[in-house]
Design a protein around this ligand. Sequence first.
Ligand code: 2DT
Length: 213
Amino acid sequence: NSNEKMSRGALIVLEGLDKSGKTTQIKSCLEILRADGFDVCQLSFPDRTTSTGQLISSFLREQTMLDDRAVHLLFSANRWEKWKEMNDWLSNGTSILVDRYAYSGVAYTASKGYDLDWCLGPDKGFIAPDLVVYLSAPSTVLQGRSGYGEERYENKAFQSRVSETFGKLKTKKWLTVQSDRPIEEITHDIITPMRNIIRSCQSGSLKLGTLWK
Ligand code: 2DT
């Protein structure tokens, strides 16, 4: 019966510039949600362990030269590789916290000057997140964080263009939080919306959508 309410997991994405604290927040939110008793797992894109991921990783470390458009398609393929696993988790009731998603894909490539519509193409039809948390901080603050500048893209001029492009992708449904604050304060602000969206998906009141709707 297609009208029957289906309980499922929630897809929660964290986005933001390099060093905005996404990985730290995913770690602490995962711990809290698990302690609450929720069934949650985590993923990050790019997934550097697969064969496309290894190519991407080598490109990011500036050890491999690739055409920007070829790299864009690799990043997207790296997500499609995970489609079935993600779909299975969600339908079995496991929620997923994801570190970066197709929004990063579009923001980084479009910031190099490529057409926004072209950039959106490869991820069309991929699983749409139920919640996007955007960690926002001035690129000048991020620049001072440890490890900054070690990979391609980690420079101030490019990061401010990426920030602008994220601005174009943002919808009213995104939760934007200032991330140049203590870790615990940020966690405090985002954990309740996460619990709420997981409960809504569990109750079967939200249907899984697809990008770019
Ligand atoms: P981290 O592994 O440190 O997050 O850096 N990127 C990411 C893209 O250009 N396209 C994408 O689709 C994704 C997911 C952002 C990964 C770097 O790769 C960029 C920073």
